[in-house]
Design a protein around this ligand. Structure first.
Ligand code: XMP
Length: 506
């Protein structure tokens, strides 16, 4: 069992970010709902209390019993976490006159304190709070202030307990990572969580868990399922069978290219061409959720059919990653669209689940893939939705519309690579709109389709900004698409961020 840091989640939007920062410092950590601290916590080195959307004095604020934690482990409260520690020890927390949001600078720093070692006056921090600590309990000593906030950071005398009003996990807190690293040092963390150590221990665990059992895994062409396959392959070799379904809604030539990549990786893959099944089931269906349901069920049918041809399968491999796990434990999560990944398999299959990536963040999955020697183009691939182009063709789907969209998308993506923009973008794609408009080509009037280009920057797809692509690039893409893709006479660029828009249009 790996030593770990526990992050108690009081519902802040930045809780996952705290986890990622700690992992980047090569320390393993787990994010747990505020009231679920494990009783058998022998391998815990320290505890971080996250921020929260609540005020500590709200009647429905999240309240944790810290009696098993304070004094036993080093504790760092962040924002609400800091206020909660002060409030529950007899301090005072009040609504600030003005909500403090954004950059501030530390005007006083006690860098004799081990939490603030190497951090100096003037250091930029990121504040985001509506409340402020107006009175600290006697044994809480201020160790940093800003001009507006006296108790920007404090230490509890006689205890390994600290609180910071600001958010060290946020990029704009320039010494935030240093502060978190100082806390890990206070906790005596070995900081030996690396991709190589993860691979070694996971492969050993998988061998132990699976023995000679057979495993089946659905591949999507995406990073998560591919890395899962390579890890399982390392552990059990030919006892792993992968299935890659072509639902006819992949990018142009994607099926053939990805099959080659998989074979190159030495995976045992069955490729299934199920295009006709999907096209016929989707014919005439326009509602996005209905399309998702048909595609999701279609996947399961094909997968089930293939699995039944194999003998003695005991396990289903899945590329579930940590954000999905946290979301399913989440105390505040809301579902905006039903994201299907292959799941909900028929009970008759009676397979046990093996999910070797369930504790990794996306960037860690990529690092693990690189460490195992997977090709960069597989690892750095943009996310692509399970229902594929099916949710990028607005309205009903026909093979002809798929052809138009594939051709336009192919031009966009290859120019993006050529111009060195691909790796700067989180995700990009083309959307085929259900709109025809008038154009003119040569001497002829045309009445054809419009496509929208989408490109966003993001770190986790929860929020995203539209990417400010160069005009020259957009001009080139537009020209190429209109000249080369029969059926398109107009190209537009989507300049909406998420929220309030979403990345996909359906
Ligand atoms: P939205 O559109 O919700 O997308 O901003 C966030 C991320 O999720 C992907 N996405 C999906 N992935 N099945 C999937 O496997 C789906 O139904 C689905 N819908 C959206 C989207 O591509 C983006 O990366």
């Amino acid at each position: 069992m790996h030593e770990k840091l526990i992050i108690l989640d009081f519902g802040s939007q930045t809780t996952q970010l705290i986890g990622r920062r700690v992992r980047e410092l090569n320390m393993y950590c787990e994010i747990i709902p505020y009231n679920k601290f494990p009783h058998d916590a022998t391998d815990v080195k320290g505890v971080i209390l996250s921020g929260s959307p609540y005020s500590v004095y709200d009647t429905d604020a999240f309240k944790a019993d810290l009696s098993e934690i304070r004094g036993k482990y080093p504790v760092l409260g962040i924002c609400y976490g800091a206020q909660y520690l002060a409030y529950t020890s007899g301090g005072n927390v009040e609504s600030a006159n003005s909500r403090e949001y954004g950059r501030a600078n530390l005007s006083y720093v006690n860098n004799e304190d081990p939490l603030l070692k190497g951090i100096n006056t003037g250091s930029q921090i990121w504040m985001s709070h509506g409340d402020t600590i107006t009175l600290l309990p006697d044994n809480f000593k201020v160790i940093a202030s800003t001009d507006d906030v006296k108790a920007a950071a404090y230490h509890v005398e006689g205890e390994q307990t600290w609180g910071v009003q600001f958010h060290p996990e946020v990029f704009h807190s320039t010494d935030g990572t240093k502060l978190l690293d100082n806390f890990l040092n206070i906790c005596g963390c070995a900081k030996d969580w690396t991709p190589a150590s993860f691979i070694e221990s996971t492969v050993a665990e998988l061998k132990e868990q699976l023995g000679d059992d057979k495993v089946i895994l659905a591949l999507s062409g995406g990073v998560d399922s591919s890395v899962t396959a390579v890890l399982l392959n390392k552990a059990i070799g030919k006892n792993l069978t992968c299935i890659f379904v072509d639902h006819g809604l992949l990018r142009k030539n994607e099926f053939e290219n990805v099959m080659k990549d998989y074979e190159h990786l030495g995976l045992n893959v069955i490729g299934v061409n199920a295009k006709d099944k999907f096209y016929s089931e989707l014919a005439g269906v326009s509602d996005p959720e209905q399309k998702r349901k048909i595609i999701g069920k279609g996947f399961i049918d094909v997968f089930d059919q293939e699995a039944h041809k194999l003998k003695d399968i005991k396990w289903l491999g899945q590329g579930t990653i940590y954000p999905d796990v946290i979301e399913s434990l989440s105390i505040t999560g809301t579902v905006i669209k039903s994201h299907h990944n292959v799941g909900g398999l028929p009970d008759t299959m009676k397979l046990k689940l093996v999910e070797p990536l369930r504790l990794l963040f996306k960037d860690e999955v990529r690092r693990v893939g690189m460490e195992m020697g997977m090709q960069p183009h597989l690892i750095k691939r943009h996310p692509f939705p399970g229902p594929g182009l099916g949710i990028r063709i607005l309205g009903d789907i026909t093979p002809e519309k798929v052809r138009i969209l594939q051709d336009a998308d192919e031009i966009y993506m290859s120019l993006m690579r050529e111009w060195g923009l691909y790796d700067k973008i989180w995700q990009a794609g083309v959307i085929l709109l259900p709109i025809q408009s008038v154009g003119v080509m040569g001497d002829e009037r045309t009445y054809e389709n419009t496509v929208a280009l989408r490109a966003v920057t993001s770190t986790d797809a929860m929020t995203a900004d539209w990417a400010q692509l160069p005009y020259e690039f957009l001009a080139k893409v537009s020209n190429e698409i209109i000249n080369k893709v029969k059926g398109v006479n107009r190209v537009v660029y989507d300049i909406s961020s998420k929220p309030p828009a979403t990345i996909e249009w359906e």
